[in-house]
Design a protein around this ligand. Structure first.
Ligand code: CTP
Ligand code: MG
Length: 227
């Protein structure tokens, strides 16, 4: 059986969300955004290490929501998401898992089927990401005036989890240090690695603003109906 690790990145400051409590620590249906993300990976039962990446100054917030989960000490992240993922991969290097799934703490509604599809794809693919097809018409605009319509066929919205053979992702991240790439798939693509797309879920959206948190609360209906 291959051994898999999960990396949950939670070291952001949530600029777009705003407020004094960072979005990953906000309460959500009797739990917290971060705790729900972690628990989805624990519930899968298919991960050895589950590594959470936090900001140093959030340690008390982390302890308040996750210290009873029996996880290893959190890894301290960096200035960018890419730096935060790399820090976790370096921590994991001595454990040498076969595969790793990277997940945004800010996607607390990730479902078990999506996690399983990414994991299963890694049996035959070097990299696999959850994504959903773009359904809206996409416009290009300048100064508020539409200047063109992008053909949406073949366009996907990338989500997390994003899964990789561990050695592949570690090498790709080391090679891409200093560049500015927005997801791990982009880091892998940069090294010419084929990234397979598997079906994600529309409810696996990223909490970016208050409206997203409200939507998540509504979907959970106060009770956890998704796990
Ligand atoms: N993240 C991280 N380290 C960073 C930046 C982001 O671990 N230096 C994490 C966030 O905590 C989040 C995930 O990456 O779980 C996706 O990032 P995003 O939604 O952009 O979160 P923030 O960067 O915190 O938000 P914003 O961009 O609005 O500041
Ligand atoms: Mg960000």
């Amino acid at each position: 059986m291959p051994r898999h690790a999960a990396v949950i990145v939670a070291a952001g400051t949530g600029e777009r969300f705003g407020g004094s409590l960072p979005k990953q620590y906000r309460p959500l249906a009797g739990s917290s955004v971060l705790r729900r993300s972690v628990e989805a990976f624990r519930a899968s039962g298919r991960f050895g290490d589950i590594v959470v990446v936090i900001r140093d100054e959030h340690r008390a917030l982390y302890d308040a929501t996750a210290s009873d989960l029996g996880l290893p000490d959190p890894v301290i992240g960096g200035a960018t998401r890419q730096d935060s993922v790399r820090a976790a991969l370096e921590w994991l290097a001595s454990h040498a898992p076969d595969g790793v799934l990277v997940h945004d703490a800010a996607r607390p509604l990730v479902d078990q089927d999506t996690i399983a599809r990414v994991l299963d794809a890694l049996e035959t693919a070097e990299a696999a990401i959850a994504a959903v097809p773009v359904v809206d018409t996409i416009k290009r605009a300048e100064g508020g005036i539409a200047s063109g319509t992008v053909d949406r066929s073949g366009l996907w919205q990338a989500q997390t989890p994003q899964g990789f053979r561990f050695a592949t992702l570690l090498a790709a991240h080391r090679a891409a240090a200093g560049e500015s790439l927005t997801d791990d798939a982009a880091v892998a693509e940069r090294q010419g690695i084929a990234v397979r797309i598997v079906e994600g879920h529309v409810d696996n959206f990223k909490i970016t603003t208050e409206a997203d948190l409200t939507r998540a609360e509504r979907l959970l209906g106060g009770a956890d109906i998704r796990t």
